[in-house]
Ligand binder design. Structure first.
Ligand code: CA
Length: 380
């Protein structure tokens, strides 16, 4: 019923958008017979997988909506709904696919149950960093693969922010060796979760809104989320003892905007361009904001809240990497699109990392050489 009703609404919206030029051959582009842009206003809904106005992740769609409205002089207004306000977080993909809402914002790897290839458009363990991910998407064939992957679901994807390298997460159990991973109950989505299961732990996927309670009550032993800026806002430091790094499982996670294809097709070309440009601006801005804020939050977590920041031991990282390679190879073999995305991303990583060895990496090593000061004690 709901599906049919919303389809009718979209159809009505499309007809309204075409207005009296319904018979015009240019109707699909929203351009009148005289060549002037149609003066139609659009009112869209955007559902997200984040709590309303959640810092970083949740403000990206808000910023996006503001930018689009300003750039279009109010011709396209987008109302943003947080997790549960219109649909629950884990139903965002289906809601936009069905056309219940025109847009969504979240992370592609949440949908790996129905789309194995989706993980490659967010993050895979020991994968691309933010700079490399954007390069793969925009100049390495990644976006074309993403669009092809979402096409059967009636969706157009766009990159919607990048977190940079995340933290390994908050733990109420010390991880001193591979043996400590056994029985670890951890909220960790995507392939990282499969890796944790592979090394003897148990991975669970819980929406952000339920995480705090799950960790507090011992339903889970650990959770990953993002990095100091977001994690501090969540208050994880109040309920977990140890804050481990590095985020081996999410080395530059890309978020996503998804747009219902029929809704997209009702937009005139200039509004489509505005949406694309606003998404790209927000995509970059999120990384900029995390880069600017993460360390200030880390300092507060350590100095004011006594959080113990710890590096995962080498043998744990090596074991996680071994299991990750297994999981990735198996996933790729199970699905043709996943195989293509895996091959494309691995090929891109191997070529881009060669230059990064003598550029980014070499520069970080130089910084380390010149400055021995560090916020953590166990890191030399
Ligand atoms: Ca994460």
């Amino acid at each position: 019923m709901l599906v049919r009703f919303s389809s009718i609404l979209i159809l009505l919206a499309a007809l309204t958008a075409c207005g009296q030029q319904a018979s015009s051959p240019n109707k699909a582009s929203g351009v009148s017979a005289a060549g002037e842009p149609a003066a139609t206003n659009f009112r869209w809904k955007l559902v997200t997988t984040w709590p309303k106005n959640y810092p970083g992740l949740g403000t990206a769609p808000e910023q996006f909506a503001t930018l689009v409205e300003r750039m279009s002089s109010g011709r396209l207004k987008i109302k943003v709904y947080g997790d549960g306000q219109l649909v629950p977080a884990m139903e965002v993909f289906d809601a936009v696919s069905r056309g219940t809402t025109e847009m969504g914002h979240g992370a592609a790897y949440y949908w790996k149950g129905k789309i194995p290839a989706s993980v490659f458009f967010t993050a895979v363990p020991f994968g691309l960093n933010a700079q490399e991910m954007n390069a793969w998407l925009y100049h390495g064939g990644g976006m074309e693969l993403w669009r092809e992957t979402y096409k059967p679901f009636n969706l157009i994807p766009m990159a919607g922010g990048n977190t940079g390298v995340q933290m390994a997460g908050w733990f109420n159990r010390e991880i001193n060796s591979v043996a400590d991973l056994k029985g670890l109950k951890m909220r960790i989505p995507g392939l990282g979760g499969e890796v944790i299961t592979r090394v003897g732990g148990e991975a669970v996927t819980i929406p952000g809104s339920e995480l705090y309670t799950a960790l507090q009550t011992g339903v889970i032993d650990a959770t990953e989320w993002v990095g100091p800026y977001n994690d501090q806002a969540f208050g994880f430091h109040q309920i977990a003892k140890y804050y481990y790094y590095p985020g081996w499982h999410e080395t530059g996670s890309s978020l996503e905007f998804i747009i219902n294809t029929e809704a997209w097709n009702t937009l005139p070309e200039d509004l489509q361009a505005i949406v694309e440009v606003a998404a790209r601006a927000v995509n970059q801005d999120m990384l900029d904001e995390y880069t600017a804020r993460n360390n200030a939050s880390l300092v507060q977590l350590v100095d004011e809240h006594g959080v113990q920041v710890r590096r995962l031991p080498d043998d744990v990282l090596i074991e996680l990497h071994r299991a990750s390679a297994e999981v990735l190879t198996e996933l790729a073999a199970s699905d043709a699109l996943a195989q293509r995305a895996y091959d494309s991303q691995q090929a891109f990583l191997s070529q881009v990392s060669e230059y990064h060895k003598i550029s980014e990496e070499a520069y970080y090593q130089t910084r380390r050489l010149l400055s021995k000061t560090s916020i953590t004690k166990d890191d030399d």
